[in-house]
Design a protein around this ligand. Sequence first.
Ligand code: CA
Length: 226
Amino acid sequence: MSTKILLIEDEEKLARFVELELSYEGYLVTKAFDGRSGLALAETGEFDLVLLDIMLPELSGMEVLRRIRRKSSIPVIMLTARDSIEDKVAGLDRGADDYLTKPFAIEELLARIRTALRKKAAVTESQVLSACGVQMDVARHSVTVNDIPVELTKREFDLLHYLLKNKGIVLSRDTLMDNVWDYDFDGETNAVDVYIRFLRSKIDEAFDVKLIHTIRGVGYVIKDEQ
Ligand code: CA
């Protein structure tokens, strides 16, 4: 299966050139010429890597990156015309995997792409999160408690994933809402409490473990202890 690359770049000449070179290397390239349509494509989850220009119409590259990172750990390489250290720091802070200043040599871009994809493969293989006998295999999208499989809905899985990723850290309802629910979800934050109850009935109560702790007035935390 070919590796799928999403190229979000408003300079059409450059985009066509990069597309041609990447296709020649065997990558499948999809182009978007503005931030909004690029983000929509990124959110389909169909791509293996994103090349993201910073100066984009409609939605800036930084904003696109911020929104991608709410839901996905897909490798993102930022492309920019400005060789500014602030941009670089801001991009890497927001979860960009790498950063390339235009004009760049195509060989340099290819090398960066290979590195980012290798790192992603290594992470995917080892992404098993655990606490209190609960094991989550992120790549396989499966959860077991004491080796017994547990069926979770997508939302329950995403919520448990976020809690496990941040094991030991107390997370407020707002933080959980922002990171597990859609960006523009404007419902009540008690949706968090409802899904915590679902998880507890499927895990804590069903298996008699103490996985999810309530910190009164603050939020929730997963602790790795019995
Ligand atoms: Ca641009």
